[in-house]
Write a protein that binds this ligand. Structure first.
Ligand code: GLA
Length: 372
């Protein structure tokens, strides 16, 4: 299996857009080690769109923008590998990428072979400039087959924005993850609309096939390519908590060379990441909702415990939010130990229900372990 638990890594798009070059990618790989990201489980360093030259080379192969990547992609992949990390790249199912560079339609086998030769471990495959009359499942099946034929294990990340219900067919064409939505922006509204909109897709996810509600905006603070006002640290904590409950791929989108302490603490919290990486591979779902603003989400974990998020989506009103054991499928009389996952604090033994005050745009994330 290529992705027994949700993939973890970094992608250049959210912060850097077209401003990518080999020094940035090398420094990012270095930062994975220096900032504790590798140790926390982050593995893939992925270059998004705009790494490409304007034209294919004389052999019809995709090639790099020589100004951005003077030593070529293979040398960069080798560098990333030398750090014990994995290397990812981007192409598109149409004739051009979304940013207008040459893409893989009609060149699927050539490109898959090129990527394998370069040592690519992850391919994000977009959906712009499709020729009329072609359909998503067919185009994605072609590249899926071409990747398989290389013999190299390459994680296949389908990015068709949920247009053709990829949760119904993308695993069948060889994808380990597929986007369920359009692009995220660095704002509470964008994160909230996407994240809380994932309910109902949980039955399509599991080991080696994950729903992908797009990359993380944690730590962007309103700067970079998808900036839209930014979020507070507490809002980023809500975002990260929700993505962990959703068993979503954790692809960091900020500049990891320059993280604040708060950003680093959010992105590397072991207890919270363990919820995302739990080997059972269940995607969480909503079990309670009041006035569209106060929500309870749960995720079952392999050891029989349950992760629960008490979310306050209200912008100014703090409120006590409760979770009843009954809504988690636990009998009322069952005693559970409750742990606060962000702080690690033991919140004691509880029966029947648990409640906590949750500030506006905030979350209380807990783990309930039934005491046998
Ligand atoms: C699309 C994708 C984004 C990004 C850009 C690159 O919009 O959804 O994630 O890859 O293309 O052009």
């Amino acid at each position: 299996m290529i992705a027994p638990t949700p993939p973890m890594g970094w992608n250049s798009w959210n912060t850097f857009g077209s401003e990518i070059h080999e020094t940035l990618i090398r420094e990012t790989a270095d930062a994975f080690l220096e900032q504790g990201l590798k140790e926390a489980g982050y593995q893939y360093v992925v270059i998004d769109d705009l790494w490409e030259a304007d034209e294919r080379d004389s052999d019809g192969r995709l090639t790099h923008d020589p100004a951005k990547f003077p030593h070529g992609i293979k040398a960069l992949a080798d560098y990333v590998h030398s750090k014990g990390l994995k290397f990812g790249i981007y192409s598109c199912a149409g004739s051009h990428t979304c940013a207008g560079k040459p893409a893989s339609y009609g060149y699927e086998e050539t490109d898959a072979r090129t990527f394998a030769e370069w040592g690519v471990d992850f391919l994000k495959y977009d959906f712009c400039y499709k020729p009329a009359g072609t359909d998503g499942p067919t185009l994605y099946r072609r590249m899926g087959q071409a990747l398989r034929m290389t013999g190299r294990p390459i994680l296949y990340s389908v990015c068709e924005w949920g247009s053709n219900k990829p949760w119904e067919w993308a695993a069948g064409v060889g994808a380990q993850m597929w986007r369920t939505t359009g692009d995220i922006e660095d704002s509470w509204e964008s994160m909230e609309r996407i994240g809380f909109g994932q309910n109902g897709l949980e039955r399509y996810a599991g080991p080696d096939h994950w729903n992908d509600p797009d990359m993380l905006i944690v730590g962007m603070y309103g700067k970079g390519n998808v900036a839209k006002g930014g979020c507070t640290d507490e809002e980023y904590r809500v975002h990260f908590s929700l993505w962990c409950l959703l068993a979503a791929p954790l692809m960091i989108g900020c500049d990891v060379r320059n993280m604040t302490d708060a950003t680093r603490e959010i992105l590397t919290n072991r207890r919270v990441i363990a919820v995302n990486q739990d080997p059972l591979g269940r995607q969480g779902f909503r079990v309670g909702q009041e006035w569209d603003k106060f929500e309870v989400w749960m995720k079952q974990l392999a050891d029989g415990s349950v992760a629960v998020g008490l979310f306050n989506r209200h912008e100014s009103w703090g409120r006590k939010i409760a979770v009843a054991w009954e809504s988690l499928g636990l009998h009322d009389r069952r005693a559970c130990r409750v742990e606060d996952l962000w702080s690690g604090e033991d919140l004691g033994e509880h029966r029947g229900s648990f409640s906590a005050f949750v500030a506006p745009h905030s979350v209380v994330l807990i783990r309930l372990t039934p005491i046998v």
